[in-house]
Design a protein around this ligand. Sequence first.
Ligand SMILES: Cc1cc2nc3c(=O)[nH]c(=O)nc-3n(C[C@H](O)[C@H](O)[C@H](O)COP(=O)(O)O)c2cc1C
Length: 212
Amino acid sequence: MNLWAWLYGLRGVARGLSEAQAAPDPIEQFVRWFAAAKRARIYQPNAFSLSTCAEGRPSSRMLLLKGFDARGFVFFTNYESRKGRELAQNPVAAMLFFWSELHRQVRIEGALEKVSVEESTRYFHSRPRGSQLGAWASKQSSPLDRRETLMARERELEARNLGQEVPLPPFWGGFRLAPQRIEFWQGRPYRLHDRLVYEHIGTGWERQRLYP
Ligand SMILES: Cc1cc2nc3c(=O)[nH]c(=O)nc-3n(C[C@H](O)[C@H](O)[C@H](O)COP(=O)(O)O)c2cc1C
């Protein structure tokens, strides 16, 4: 039991999310809630579900957020994975953060673009060497006959790159989701929850409360 999270959670439920409290800018509001999730020592507060949709078939998977600012929310992956192929077909997606102990969820929707090769290279080289080789070894989302094949690929790559810097794979990098809509959901007693949704209209943000 994480006592910190439990206490923060109670406080959030009691206070709620009023228009007066919430930041006029949803990125600033995300900064506040993300910082609160970290302060509450939630395990992997940057974990989120990403939903993509191609040919009318939605699919979801968990990812880790690796950065965000006014331009959008960044994660890294294999561009040839299922999500990568779906985003190439239909470059829009929905992100969902759920901080259970805080009784909070954040829903973010928008269009995606690949980040620059420089940004991907910088992040790639900040990862442990094993993860860099792992990215090369994995044909993410393709069928794999048996685990030993993956391990043999990894050993071979290790031998080939011994003592050298591992280069950024051309099929690997970041995506940035530019938010069009962001909703902050705060759980409240008796299911009378608070929901504030921000829509990007023109050059600014419009805010609206929704029924729970
Ligand atoms: C908590 C968590 C975090 C994850 N983070 C990432 C990530 O940042 N990037 C990634 O490519 N896969 C990540 N994965 C694996 C994905 O959920 C998924 O299995 C993989 O990306 C393949 O998805 P796809 O076949 O839909 O492309 C993570 C899984 C979990 C459970």
